[in-house]
Design a protein around this ligand. Structure first.
Ligand code: TXA
Ligand code: MG
Length: 323
């Protein structure tokens, strides 16, 4: 059974040593917890895929502590530097052409690599002790809800890993935004996330096409190997709604955006005031705790389709998809 470790200097040194020797460790980031291993060590990468039960065609994000470290693994372009200056460290993942040092296992054989510099202070302390970049998918079994607390990782992955580094509850609560800059003239948004699309567009001074736009001209499959329709899903059946609350039966629950709408025992909320940042922060925690109750169905209220609401809607709709 895995153990949760507090981020003391001694534990951080021990975990850095464990990672250096090819071990894998669940680590906090500002978005969700990740399952990290040395990105340059194919054996560590194989352990990550095995622990998650992740299909080998779904590539991993590589996390680094500094831009210098990034130069060793990716060909960063001017557009990337502009976004990095504004959003890193932070919840933005950029995709660049990869350098040969990155093993094929990390990128699922693609010529590109996904990278980000997380802002979580505990991640940064660990990264500073590692001379290599850390590949890390979210620390959940493939397809299940992502973890935003060390306890979520323990409950879902406790049998398949040894160590979980505790960094407290993740502040962002949903995954990073993923933008492909493989062609810097034509950035493509592959995943909505903590940083809203319109903020990226403001910095770039142009519109960004989304994966769905590209999928229409039939290149989508190649661009986004890991974006399955059903994902981020609890075991309990999920339905989404907007506006009027659905009629619900016994053994079902409704989760509203705002606690003001809670009127009955099986009513829950994502936040006290309905602020979308708070909804994102609490979304996965709420889903995982309701998933323990043996309910027949959970109804989720969708937020408006603007700003970070787009990313929250995406996660709710995937949680509700049946296949
Ligand atoms: O917030 C996050 O991004 C979290 C934390 C731990 O950093 N990580 C995360 O990783 O969400 P994961 O593995 O659950 O999702 C990574 C996504 C997958 O959909 C994968 O297909 C995509 O990134 N991806 C990775 N490398 C790619 C590449 N070279 N080209 C296109 N998509 C890529
Ligand atoms: Mg994931």
């Amino acid at each position: 059974m895995a153990q949760i470790l507090q981020p003391t200097p001694l534990h951080l040194d021990q975990l850095a040593g464990f990672l250096t020797n090819g071990g894998i460790v669940a680590i906090p980031t500002e978005t969700v917890y990740g399952l990290a291993g040395n990105a340059l060590d194919p054996e560590a990468i194989a352990r990550i895929y095995a622990a998650k039960g992740r299909p080998s065609r779904n590539p991993l994000i590589v996390h680094v502590g500094s831009l210098q470290q990034l130069d060793e693994i990716a060909l960063i372009n001017e557009t990337g530097r502009k976004l990095a200056e504004k959003f890193w460290p932070g919840p933005l993942t950029l995709i660049f052409p990869k350098k040969p040092i990155v093993p094929d296992a990390v990128t699922a054989g693609l010529d590109s690599v996904a990278v980000r510099i997380p802002s979580h202070p505990v991640f940064r302390e660990l990264a500073a002790r590692c001379s290599f970049p850390l590949a890390a998918p979210s620390a959940n079994p493939s397809g299940y809800v992502s973890p935003t607390r060390a306890e979520h990782v323990l409950a879902q992955m406790g049998d398949s890993i040894q160590w979980i580094l505790d960094g407290g509850p993740s502040n962002g609560g949903i995954e990073s935004t993923i933008l492909s800059l493989v062609d810097p003239q034509n950035p493509v948004l592959l995943r909505q996330g903590c940083i809203p699309q319109n903020e990226l567009e403001k910095v770039l001074g142009c519109n960004i096409v989304t994966r769905e736009d590209v999928a229409e001209d039939s290149r989508g499959g190649l661009l986004s190997p890991g974006l399955l329709k059903r994902h981020y899903s609890p075991r309990t059946r999920v339905r989404v709604f907007e506006g009027k609350a659905p009629h619900f039966k016994q053994n079902e629950a409704i989760v509203f955006l705002n606690s003001a709408r809670c009127k009955a025992e099986n009513h829950f909320s994502f936040s006290a005031d309905g602020s979308l940042e708070a909804v994102a922060r609490h979304l996965y925690d709420r889903l995982q705790s309701l998933d323990q109750k043996g309910l027949k169905r959970i109804y989720l209220e969708l937020p408006p389709a603007a700003g970070i609401g787009l990313a929250i809607r995406d996660r709710m709709q995937r949680a509700a998809a049946r296949d």
